[in-house]
Design a binder for this molecule. Structure first.
Ligand code: ARG
Length: 578
C-alpha cells in the first residue's frame, strides 16, 4: 500500500474513533482523493483539507483539524500539524523519498494518469481554420492549447473527440468564386494556391468599394453553392482541398491530429431543425427583417439566426453543431478553444442553448486565450500582413539545426533532433503563459537553451538519458533495481525539492484539466528541469557510494519519465540525445 493510501486509511480510522457517532464521514477512498501535496514543504508532505467534514460534524474546520491531530498516534508519520482547515502530515525525508520514487517508477511514463474520466466524453473544438486563408500564427494557440487539452483528457481517462470546425461556409466563398471567375485563372490558383485565393479576395473588396453591386454578385454565387450548383460546388471544393493540403503540412510538423473535420458546411442540412425548434419555442423575433433571439434581458445583443435574405450565419451553424455533437457524442463537456475576441459569440451561443431548454448548455465551455504577436509586431489578415505558421516552423527548425551544428556537431540524426527542438521551442513559448495573457513570440527567446524554454527542458531530459546510459540503467523499462537503493542518499534539500515536484505532478495534471490550462504543465516540467539541474550540480550521481548512486540514478529515471510525460502532454517531443 502506498503512503498516501496508508495515510488515508489511518485518517479514516482516526475519524471514526474520534467521532464514533457521526454520520456521513468520508471513506478512506474519498480521503485518498482529497489528500494533496502542498506546494511548500512548510505545509507538510501531504495535507488533508477537512472542510468536507464540517457539515457532518457541525464543527468549524480549524477545530476539526486540531482534534484530529491530537488524536493521531501513528509513528510512521513523523509529525502532524493542524493549520487552519488542514491537517498537515510530515513524513521523514527518507520515507518521503522512498514513497515518491516507488510511486513514480511503478508507473513510469504513465505516472500522473488516471481513470477519473472513464465513461465520460469530452469534445474539443480547436484549430478550426478558415478555408482559402493560409494558416497564420494567429491559429497557433487554438491548435496547441486544444491539442494539449485533448492529450491531458486522454491521460485522465476521458474519451476525447478532436474537432476541426472548419470555416468553410459563408458569403465570402461566393465572393471568392466571383473574383476567381472575373479576375483569376485555373493555372494561377494551381500554381500559387492560397496566396492567389487571398489575392482574389482582396481584389474583390477593392473592386466592391468602387462598385457595391459586386456584393450582390458574391451573394448570388454563395446562393449557388448552397443550392448545390455544380460549378459553384466544384470550385468551392477545390479551394477547400488546396487549403487542407497546405494545413496538413503544418499539422504534420506539429504532430496534431483530429477525429473530425466537420466544419461549418457540414451543418448546412442540419440547421433547419434547430431553426424550427427555436420557432416552436417562441424564441425567434423579427428585427429589421432578420430572425433573431432577443437577449436583451441577458444584457447581450440579439443572436442573429437568419438574415433578412434568409441566409444562415456563423451562430446558426454553431447552434446546429452543438446539438449535433450532443446527439452524436453525448459529451459530458464540449470545449471551444477560440480567441477571446469571440467571447460574446460564445456567451450568446450558450445562452440561446439554455433558452432552448438544453440542460447541457452548462457543459459547453469557451476556453479563450489572448493574442500572439510576432517579434513585437501584431499582425492582421485584412492588410495581408500575416505571419505564416509554416514559415515560422521552418525557420525555427533551421535555427535549431544551426545551434546543434555548433554545439553538438557529431550528433546522429541532427535533422530529426532539429525538428523536435525547433517545433518544441515554438510550442513551448505558446504554452508557457496562462492562456489568457497576450504573448509575443521571439526566436531568440524561444531557442535560448539556458532560459525557461522548450530546448532547455528537452536538454535536461537528454541529460537524464545520458546519466542513465552511463549508469547502465534501462531508459525504457519502468523499473530500476530498487533493493540496493539507499534512500538516505536523497535526504538533501535539492533531492527533496525535486521529489516534492515529482509527487505533485498528478495533482498538476488534474488541475491543468480543471482549469483548461496547459501552461500549468509547462510550468511543472520547467520547475522539474531546473530542480534536476540544481541537484545535478550539487551532487555526484554516478561516483557516489553505490547505495546512494543507485538512489540518485532512480531519481534521475523518475525525473526523465515525468519530464517526458509532461512534454508529451503539451505536444512536445523529447529526444534522448541533443
Ligand atoms: N473558424 C473560426 C475562426 O478562425 C473559429 C471557429 C471556432 N469554432 C466554432 N465552433 N465557432 O475564427
Amino acid at each position: 500500500m502506498d503512503m498516501m493510501t496508508r495515510i488515508a486509511t489511518l485518517t479514516a480510522e482516526c475519524l471514526t474513533s474520534t467521532w464514533p457517532e457521526a454520520q456521513g464521514l468520508p471513506t478512506a477512498d474519498e480521503i485518498r482523493g482529497l489528500l494533496a501535496v502542498p506546494p511548500d514543504r512548510e505545509m507538510g508532505d501531504y495535507a488533508f483539507p477537512v472542510f468536507r467534514l464540517a457539515k457532518a460534524l457541525r464543527m468549524a474546520p480549524p477545530m476539526i483539524a486540531k482534534a484530529l491531530c491530537e488524536a493521531w498516534n501513528h509513528p510512521e508519520v513523523a509529525r502532524v500539524e493542524p493549520v487552519n482547515g488542514y491537517m498537515n502530515f510530515f513524513l521523514n525525508r527518507v520515507n518521503f523519498a522512498k514513497e515518491t520514487l516507488d510511486a513514480v517508477l511503478a508507473q513510469g511514463e504513465r505516472f500522473g494518469s488516471s481513470d477519473m474520466g472513464s465513461g465520460k466524453t469530452v469534445c474539443l473544438d480547436y484549430s478550426s481554420i478558415n478555408i482559402a486563408k493560409r494558416f497564420g500564427v494567429g491559429h497557433l494557440s487554438t491548435t496547441m492549447i486544444g491539442h494539449s487539452l485533448k492529450r491531458i483528457h486522454d491521460f485522465l481517462g476521458y474519451k476525447t473527440v478532436g474537432i476541426n470546425h472548419l470555416g468553410d461556409w459563408g458569403t465570402q466563398f461566393g465572393k471568392m468564386i466571383y473574383a476567381y471567375k472575373t479576375w483569376g485563372s485555373k493555372e494561377e490558383v494551381e500554381e500559387k494556391g492560397i496566396t492567389e485565393m487571398m489575392r482574389l479576395y482582396v481584389k474583390f473588396h477593392e473592386e466592391a468599394e468602387k462598385d457595391p453591386s459586386l456584393e450582390d454578385e458574391g451573394r448570388a454565387w454563395f446562393k449557388k453553392i448552397e443550392d448545390g450548383d455544380e460549378e459553384a460546388r466544384s470550385i468551392w471544393n477545390w479551394f477547400k482541398d488546396i487549403t487542407l493540403k497546405d494545413a496538413a503540412r503544418v499539422y504534420d510538423l506539429l504532430g496534431v491530429e483530429f477525429d473530425s473535420y466537420a466544419g461549418e458546411s457540414f451543418y448546412m442540412d442540419k440547421m433547419d431543425v434547430v431553426i424550427d425548434e427555436l420557432r416552436e419555442k417562441n424564441l425567434l423575433t423579427i428585427s429589421q427583417g432578420a430572425s433573431v433571439v432577443d437577449l436583451e434581458e441577458d444584457k447581450m445583443p440579439p443572436c442573429i439566426i437568419l438574415r433578412s435574405d434568409g441566409a444562415t450565419l456563423y451562430h446558426t451553424r454553431d447552434l446546429a453543431a452543438a446539438v449535433y455533437r450532443k446527439n452524436v457524442y453525448d459529451f459530458d463537456k464540449c470545449l471551444y478553444v477560440v480567441a477571446y475576441q469571440q467571447d460574446l459569440h460564445f456567451r450568446q451561443l450558450f445562452k440561446v442553448l439554455e433558452k432552448m431548454g438544453k440542460p447541457w448548455a452548462k457543459d459547453c465551455v469557451h476556453v479563450s486565450f489572448g493574442m500572439i504577436s510576432f517579434e513585437g509586431q501584431a499582425f492582421s489578415t485584412r492588410k495581408g500582413r500575416v505571419v505564416y505558421l509554416e514559415d515560422v516552423l521552418n525557420q525555427a527548425m533551421q535555427k535549431a539545426l544551426d545551434i546543434i551544428n555548433e554545439k553538438s556537431p557529431n550528433l546522429a540524426n541532427k535533422e530529426e533532433v532539429a525538428r523536435q527542438v525547433g517545433i518544441g521551442a515554438v510550442i513551448y513559448s505558446d504554452l508557457s503563459n496562462g492562456r489568457i495573457k497576450d504573448i509575443d513570440f521571439s526566436f531568440e527567446r524561444a531557442l535560448n537553451f539556458d532560459g525557461e524554454t522548450g530546448p532547455y527542458v528537452q536538454y535536461t531530459h537528454a541529460r537524464c538519458c545520458s546519466v542513465l546510459r552511463k549508469a547502465g540503467a534501462p531508459l525504457a523499462a519502468a523499473e530500476v533495481d530498487l533493493p540496493e537503493v539507499d534512500y538516505n542518499g536523497l535526504a538533501d534539500d535539492e533531492a527533496q525539492h525535486l521529489l516534492r515536484l515529482l509527487s505533485r505532478f498528478p495533482d498538476v495534471v488534474k488541475e491543468a484539466a480543471d482549469k483548461y490550462e496547459p501552461s500549468m504543465i509547462t510550468r511543472a516540467v520547467t520547475d522539474i528541469a531546473q530542480g534536476y539541474n540544481k541537484f545535478y550540480y550539487e551532487h555526484r550521481v554516478l561516483d557516489a557510494e553505490p547505495g546512494v548512486a543507485a538512489a540518485r540514478v532512480a531519481l534521475t529515471k523518475a525525473v526523465k519519465d515525468v519530464i517526458k510525460t509532461g512534454l508529451w502532454l503539451i505536444g512536445i517531443e523529447a529526444p534522448e540525445r541533443m
